[in-house]
Design a protein around this ligand. Sequence first.
Ligand code: ZN
Length: 497
Amino acid sequence: MDYLLRYRELVEEIKAYTYVSNIIGWDSETEAPRNAHGLRGKMMAHISKELFLRSTSKEYIECVETLYKRKSRLDALTKREITLAKKDLDKITKIPQEEFVAYQVLLSDTQLIWEDAKHNNDFASFQPNLAKIIEFQKKFITYYGTDKEAYDVLLDDFEEGMSMKEYDRFFETLKTDLVPFVKDLLAKVKNEPTPFTTENFDVKKQEEFSQYLLDVFAFDRDSGLLKKSVHPFTWNTSPKDVRLTTRYLPDMVFSSIFATIHELGHALYEQQIDDSLTLTGLAGGASMGIHESQSRMYENIFGRSEAFWARHLPKLKKTFPKQLKNVSLEQMVKAANQVEASLIRVEADELTYPLHIMVRYDLERMLFSNQLTVEELPQKWNDLIEAYLGIRPKNDSEGVLQDVHWSAGLFGYFPTYALGSAYAAQIYHTMKQELNVDDLLRKGKIKKINEWVKKKIHRYGKSKTAGELLLLVTKEPFNPQYYVDYLKEKYTKIFLG
Ligand code: ZN
C-alpha cells in the first residue's frame, strides 16, 4: 500500500469536514439568525463526531504511524507534516477514551458555570470545576510519557519549542526593564487629555472607514471579505477564502479601526501562504506566536504610527468632520497610543498589555508546579496585578474571572499573546534595516511591506517553526530585548520627548 498517497486522501477528507464545520462556525458568528442555533447544534454534533472518527480512524493512525517510522526517507516538507500529525495524534490517542469524553463534558459544563460566576462575582462557584480541569490536564500529561515538566508540555502545545526556560527569560526582562519604565510613564501621562475618541461616531461611517482600511492594506477582496461580529476574529479555509470581522461601537471609534487592522494582520498572513500547502497539514500560520506577531505588527507598529496617520488622518477627518475638525496629527498619535493602568486585559494598551500576560504566566506556572492552589488564585491574582500595574481589582469579575481561557482548559495559551508582540519587535528591527518602513507608510506603499513579510514569513505556512523563522529572518534566536527597546523608544518619543 502507498501510505503517503492514502494519507493524502484521508487528510483531504478530514479537511472537508473541517471546512464544513468552519463555514458553519463563521455563519453562526456573523449571519445566522438567533433561532438557528437549535438545529445547528444538532447538525454540528454529527459533523464533529464524523470529524473525530475520521481523524482517529484505524486507517489514518496506521498511515501516520507507518510514515512516521519511515520519516528519514521522506522529503523535508512531508517529514515535517508527518511529525506534526503524529504529535497531534499522540495527544488524543494516548488518553483513555472515557477520560477524554469525561473531560469534554466537564469543559462544556464549566462554560456556563464560569459565565455565571463572572456575572455574579462568585469565584467559589467556579473553583471546584477549575480544580478538576487542572487535575485532568496534569493526568493527561502523565499519559504522554514525557520527562518534561507539566507546564513545559502545555507551553509547547501552544508554541512549539517554547518552555519555561525561554519564557522565564522573557518575562524576567520585562520585570526588570519594562515594569519600572511603565510605572514612570504612567505617573507622567496621568493627565493627558484624549476626549475626542469617545464622542458619538456614526456606525455606518465607521464601517466605511474599515472598508477603506482593507484597501489601504492591499487586502485581496477577491479572496476574502469583512463582516462584523461581537468579538473580532479572522477565519479562513485557504489563502483564497480569508474572512475577518470587526466591531463597531458608537462611542469607541478606535475599537473598530484597530480591531480591523489587527485582524488584517492575521488575514494578510493567511492570504499570503503558499497555495501548494492548502491541502496539507502545513496549511495555516507557523505558530500562535508568529500569527499574533503579524497582527500586532500591523496594528501597533504600523497602524498606531505617526507615519501611518500622517497619510490617513485626512481621510478619517473627512469621514468624521464634526468630531475631528480640530485634531492634530500629534493629538491623533497620542490618542492612538494612550497608556493607562487598567484591570481588563482585552482593553489594555500596547505598553501595559504584556504585564497582564505576565500575571497569567506567573499563576499558571505556579499552579502546574504545585506552588499555588486554585483556592489561593484570586488573592494571588490581585497581588500580582498590584505589583506590576499599581492598581488592585475590587472584585474577582474584574480580576481572576475575566478571561474565558481557563474555563476552556486553555493553560499555556496566554504567553503566546505577549510573545507575538516580542516577535513582532524583533522582526520589525530587521525589516527597518531592509526597508524604509516609515517612508512606505507615509506614501501609502504598504504593498511593499506585505511583499517583504510574504517572502520572509507568510509563504512558508507551518513548514517552518517559529524558531526557524526568527533565525531565518533576523539571523538571531528569540531575543526579548528588541521588544523592550522598541516599547521604551516609542513611548518615550510620543509622551516624554
Ligand atoms: Zn490576534
